[in-house]
Design a protein. Structure first.
Length: 104
């Protein structure tokens, strides 16, 4: 026997970008945002601290661009050649979060 009842549940209706404050909702496609996160453990200067920053697409790729520039500056005089065109990218064509095609 099924017993049904109306129950209220809390759900996320929007995620605002922590940098520019814009909504990450894309009409017809839902929430589209990136997350920068860290959890610092024992021995770290920030032991026990956790961080999570939500970014819209534009702010996410601006952030990646800044990190890519830092990487280039840190290895500027290195003998290793650097191809940073896919910096941070771990999969392509992964529309359903099923692994897509690996970039490594």
């Amino acid at each position: 026997m099924k017993i049904t009842a109306m129950e209220q549940s809390e759900s996320v209706s929007d995620v605002l970008c922590d940098v520019c404050g814009c909504s990450t909702r894309v009409e017809g496609y839902g929430l589209q945002f990136g997350t920068l996160q860290a959890s610092w453990g024992y021995g770290s200067a920030h032991d026990g601290e956790r961080y999570e920053v939500h970014l819209c697409e534009l702010c996410f790729f601006r952030t990646i661009s800044g990190l890519r520039r830092e990487r280039m500056a840190n290895f500027m005089f290195s003998d290793e050649s650097q191809d940073l065109s896919d910096f941070g990218l771990v999969a392509r064509d992964d529309l359903f979060n099923d692994g897509g095609s690996s970039t490594s």
